[in-house]
Design a binder for this molecule. Structure first.
Ligand code: HEC
Length: 187
């Protein structure tokens, strides 16, 4: 008789636990873990980069003005993007991968690197000059540093190809007279 009581109380206890468990199953998949540990069943946020979204391209850049638009980058443009985010983003963009940019502290305000209204009118040669020699060498502000000693000619050309592809309004090569810089062979 005593054994039967023990048997029944264990049975009721187990059933009670099961009911308790299944009740909270409806809210979280497991009653023994707190909600934020149930990462498995939740859709993961898509925080990954958008590199390689365009097949056959070396990278991509989100249109700064319309984030829904993704621009595929060729080899040189992708190199230019990399150098831009290392050297120029601090002054020529409003946000940087590390947080707010320095742009608002610089006088005169550096043009945004996608500002086609400013940059489309400049030839590749004059852009190359200001990047290589700095602002003061071309009659502009010395706040634009010279990069001719720290970047190679090809790297400067890659930067120009990159800023051309992100330009808003879009950049169209003016004419056959324009001095396009297209590197054919990686050196
Ligand atoms: C310390 C801040 C700073 C950094 C870093 C910087 N720039 Fe500049 N840049 C300026 C300023 C300021 C101007 C505007 C000069 C003027 O209009 O007098 C400028 C102007 C320019 C222009 C000329 C725009 C025009 O009006 O024609 C180009 C092109 C340019 N920068 C490219 C670059 C590139 C490429 C890099 C990275 C390799 C870079 N800059 C890094 C501050 C900077």
């Amino acid at each position: 008789m005593k054994l039967l009581w023990i048997y029944f109380s264990v049975l009721v206890g187990c059933l009670g636990l099961a009911v308790l468990g299944s009740r909270s199953f409806t809210t979280t998949p497991c009653w023994c873990w707190s909600g934020d540990q149930h990462v498995v069943l939740r859709a993961k946020p898509h925080t990954g980069g958008n590199e390689y979204v365009a097949y056959g391209s070396y990278g991509s850049e989100v249109d700064w003005n319309s984030p829904d638009r993704t621009l595929p980058l060729g080899y040189e443009q992708a190199q230019g993007k990399r150098i831009f985010y290392q050297q120029c983003v601090w002054c020529h963009a409003d946000t940087t991968p590390a947080g707010p940019s320095n742009r608002s502290n610089v006088t005169p305000a550096p043009p945004l690197m996608n500002d086609g209204a400013v940059l489309n009118g400049e030839s590749d040669t004059s852009l190359h000059q200001i990047i290589a020699l700095g602002g003061s060498a071309v009659g502009k502000s010395a706040m634009m540093p010279p990069y001719g000693a720290s970047l190679t000619q090809d790297e400067i050309d890659d930067l120009i190809l990159y800023l051309r592809v992100i330009a808003v309004p879009e950049y169209h090569k003016a004419s056959s007279k324009s001095n396009g810089i297209w590197r054919t062979k990686p050196s």
